[in-house]
Design a protein. Structure first.
Length: 277
């Protein structure tokens, strides 16, 4: 894997309050280390799948989706599955009603077209120009974009964080609530109550959400349903498909296929105006 290191000073040196940059790809996956910058960021995956991690949460961005990162938030990101897309940097105070917390967004074909068009603009555009008006429309569309649910909240309690990290690192393990309570020297009731208070999920629901988060990159890589089911500890591929359908409303293969079907034309990333990984 090629590690692309973004220096926060580069982002802060961008002169315009809003800058759109295309993301090119020279490797099948990339990873950015933990970093932060004053500008807010929208990271859009036209192809590939982005995983964003903050100190307390995980976010999954499937093809044709985006993740919103408020300014000043420490985060790291990685992408797999032939990633291409766009990143938008927005100066604080430029526009009202943007999300104050990290979240994933659905990207309409119109918003995708705006990202493609604004990435071709010169970065020294005038504030009274047609380019500036196009940027204003882009900001309106970002503000109005519907939110998605591909989020895995992490607890802050050190005991529960250890539990969550263990489940993430060993997704196929089927440890019972009673076993976890014994390991953490807590009653089952207190463990369940505290976990739900910190994450908003029961432990079983959190585990299912974690399996969705783990499965999506594997699906994007083209692994078979049986292989994914085995890696996540399901007794059969059918059991995994049933869980996935209940959680998302769609079988896993169709979920990825429908995302990819939204790509109506190849992405046009302007030369000279993009990162390459």
């Amino acid at each position: 894997m090629f590690i692309f290191k973004v220096e926060p000073t580069y982002v802060e040196e961008l002169v315009q309050p809003v800058v759109v940059i295309g993301l090119g790809m020279v490797t099948e996956q990339w990873e950015l280390p933990f970093h932060s910058h004053n500008k807010a960021e929208l990271l859009f995956a036209d192809t590939g799948l982005i995983t964003l991690e903050t100190e307390h949460d995980l976010w999954i961005v499937p093809p044709q989706g985006a993740v919103w990162i408020p300014g000043g938030l420490r985060h790291r990101a990685k992408c797999s599955g032939n990633p291409r897309g766009f990143v938008v940097f927005i100066e604080p105070g430029t526009v009202e009603n943007l999300p104050e917390t990290c979240c994933t967004m659905s990207v309409s074909p119109f918003l995708r077209a705006l990202l493609e068009r604004t990435a071709a603009l010169p970065q020294n555009y005038s504030h009274e120009s047609a380019a500036s008006r196009l940027i204003a429309v882009l900001l309106d569309e970002i503000t109005a974009a519907p939110l998605e649910w591909l989020h895995l909240p992490m607890p802050t309690d050190t005991r529960l964080l250890a539990l969550a990290n263990t489940m993430l690192s060993l997704p196929s393990e089927r440890i019972t609530l009673a076993q976890w309570a014994c390991r953490l020297n807590m009653s089952e009731r207190n463990l369940s109550r505290l976990f739900a208070k910190e994450t908003g999920f029961s432990i079983n629901r959190w585990r299912r959400q974690m399996h969705i988060v783990k499965a999506l990159p594997l699906l994007a890589q083209g692994l078979s349903i049986q292989v994914i089911a085995d890696q996540l500890g399901y007794e059969s591929s059918g059991a995994f498909v049933t869980m996935f359908r209940k959680a998302t409303g769609t079988p896993p293969r169709r979920f990825i296929a429908e995302r990819m079907a939204d790509i109506h034309s190849p992405l046009n990333i302007p030369a000279g105006g993009f990162y390459e990984y």
